[in-house]
Design a binder for this molecule. Sequence first.
Ligand code: DGP
Length: 113
Amino acid sequence: MAETIFSKIVRKEIPADILYEDNLCLAFRDINPQAPVHILVIPKEPIAKLSDIESKDHALMGHLLLTVKRVAEQEGLTNGYRVVINCNHDGGQTVDHLHLHILGGRQMTWPPG
Ligand code: DGP
């Protein structure tokens, strides 16, 4: 897949406000926050989008969700939060490196735009 800005963040070639890191993933604050707390959780492996994951990725996907829970707790989102994965063009995805948005710190509304 084509290189994205998120691969550069993984390699620490550009700065990001990193909140959690392990051998599989990274969590950092979104540069354009849509809520008081807006964090992105990404796999270090550059999977482009959700529709590209395969059976071999099932443990990684579970790890990403457990990381969402860990980081949300770390951020004190005890009242809840929203997790969003935008997939491909119609999903509103703008960076072609799989990422989970954690949005919190305010009441979310439904339906999303
Ligand atoms: P999406 O629309 O789901 O592809 O979301 C991409 C998000 O990535 C968007 O909310 C803004 C964020 N973003 C884009 N470039 C950067 C960057 O260089 N640093 C950080 N921290 N976030 C970025």
